[in-house]
Structure formats: structure tokens, C-alpha cells
Ligand binder design. Sequence first.
Ligand SMILES: *Cc1c(COP(=O)(O)O)cnc(C)c1O
Length: 383
Amino acid sequence: MKVPLLDLKAQHAAIRGEVLAAVTEVLDSQVCIGGPKVAELENKIAEVSNCRFGVGVSSGTDAILCSLMSLGIGPNDEVITTPFTFFATVGAIVRTGATPIFVDIDPCTYNLNPDLIERAVTPRTKAILPVHLFGQMCDMDPIMEIATRYGLWVIEDAAQSVTATYKGRKAGSIGTVGCFSFFPSKNLGGAGDGGMIVTNDEALYQKMALLRNHGAKPKYFHKYVGGNFRLDPLQAAILLVKLPYLDSWSEARRRNAAYYTGRLQGDAIGTPFISPDCVSIYNQYVIRLQDRDRVMGHLKANGVGTEIYYPRPAHLQECFSQSGYSEGDLPCSEAAARESLAIPIYPELTPAMLEFTAKKVLEAVAPRLRRPHEDLSVYGARG
Ligand SMILES: *Cc1c(COP(=O)(O)O)cnc(C)c1O
């Protein structure tokens, strides 16, 4: 049996007619930049995120970059973030000229550890950029408390967590701004790149709406130096077709996750810890294994797709070799990079595929279960 990590053809097959009709409507209108589809998606994403405003942009990366630019963050500023994230989070900070200050993760959730943030604050700190990794939001209350106390902006990187909740509050609605990605492999994915910024701050919304279009108002008169960060109406039209399915897809991912978490119990496998404050949308289902690479090899040999998110934390990337960080500085992030493995979780997985995947994981770790001297309880669920 083949179980790919993700099967976007299965999703497309279920909505093909609707997608083609939506694409045809845009092509027939020849409104190829901006227009009603982009505006409608902005309103709907803002609505499902419990925010007043949405700004469609060209990618999740540009959502973060445009947010930082709109807040005037640049050279001599510091932005506190996690090293255990997709590179875009950190790349966007560096591209503004600001310096990323890395804070280690909570090893249970893989998200920023709020207890470590305050000691990283300096007079140059301008913002905190928490990443809601794998579909679960960060512990936002303490993050917001520190931000309020020190007068810092909070930019939520919710690229993997559209519609996820923390204490009933939606991803993107708690900080100053929230950033989403519609990269095809995200829970709400287009047929190419796309992204969105949400906010409740009207002045910031107005500024970001200009920044994504070279800061022009009116056309050819430039209030700011922005960029071409626009969202394509073709992508907006496709995303509008998919959005009504998002909750049922997320529900299916949670059902799949519950199955795995039930089946993979045991000391050798760390299953995801979801805080009781959070509802995850499981953009990924990430297990933790001491012998990760061997288990990955066994799954690959049996036709089960996996991925390592992420094999090298940001502070150890070659492009930041001059930044002064070295191995051992952020041990929880480094351990997660060595031990975590994503297995297939997409909504269209059949019960047989789930069963097969779980069986192959258990099979791979079985020899380890016979070594009682190893204490793997540190990987167990907290709380
Ligand atoms: C996908 C992702 C991004 C970047 O989004 P793109 O649309 O690919 O530019 C940023 N941050 C995180 C955490 C992501 O997963």
C-alpha cells in the first residue's frame, strides 16, 4: 500500500467542478489583478478569523514581511521569535534589516516557550513573532502580557493554523496582526502561492493595503516604499471554493490524529501534545522518536510518506553563521529537529491507510520496546 504524506489530487477530485467554474468566471471577467474575488476572500478570512480586516497578499512569507514593514520594523530593531519554524518567519525579519532574537521552544508543543521570552527583551526589542506550529496556537496569554508590559507588537505567524483556536479565540485575532499562507500544502491551500494578513487595527490595515501595491495612493503617487505583494484573483477564487470545506477537513484531520494518538501510545513514540486551551487543525501530525531516521527509513521502504519539519533550526542555518549562535544554545529546538517526524494526516486518508501507517510506525519502533533501560518518558504527553 502507498500512503503519500499528502494527496492534493484526492482533494481536487472532490471539488473539481466547482474549482473549474470559479476559475472560468475569473478568466471570463479578465479581472486579473485585485477585484471582487480578492475582496470577498479578504472579508471571509477576516470573518472566520474573528478579525475586522483582511489584506490578501502574494504568500505567507510576504504576509510576514508586509506586516513587519507596516510596523516600521527595520535596522537596529530586534524581533523575538522561535528558531523551530519554516525559514520564512526568520527570513522576513532579516529582510527588513532587523535582528531575529531566538527563544527556545516548549518541547511538548514545539511552540515558543513563554517562560523564556522576557529575558530576551532588550531596549531594541520591537516585536514578538510567535509561530503557531503544526496547527496548534502558542500559549498566547503570557506572550500578550509580556508584549503589553514592554510595549511590543505581536505578529502571529499563523501560516499553519488558519481557524485554529486558543481559549476560543481564533489564530491571527490576538496579536497586532496575523499572517496566513495559502501555499498548496497548507490546510487551506491555493493552486499556487497566496497569503493573507488579518488585523483589527484600521490604520494598520490601510497601510498594509497600500504597501502590498508599492505603497501607491493614488496610482503612481507613492506614500510608502512597499512591494508587489498582491494576491491573484485566480487564487482567491479557488480559495473561496475551498473555504466552506475547511472545517470539515480540519475535523477529519482531528479524527485521524485521534486514531494515531490512540494507536501509537507507548514510551517509544512521543505523540503530539495538544494543550487543553487549544483546538489544533493538525497541519502536520508530528511524532517524536529517538531513532527518527531509522523509523523514517522503514516507513519509506514500506511506501509511507514522511517529512522532517524542520531538520535544522534557524539559528544553525548557514546563512546565519555570523549571527553568534552555536549548537547547544537552543537545546529543545535542536532536539526537536533531530527527533520529530511528520506522518500522513490529510483528510482523505482511508481507515486502511491510517491503520497501515500506524502499523508500520509500531513495527519500526518495536525493537526499541525491548530495551527497558532507556527512559523515554520525557517524550510523553504533559499534563
Ligand atoms: C508556509 C509557512 C510560511 C510561509 O508561507 P509561504 O506562503 O510559503 O510563503 C511561513 N511560516 C510558516 C510557519 C509556514 O509554515
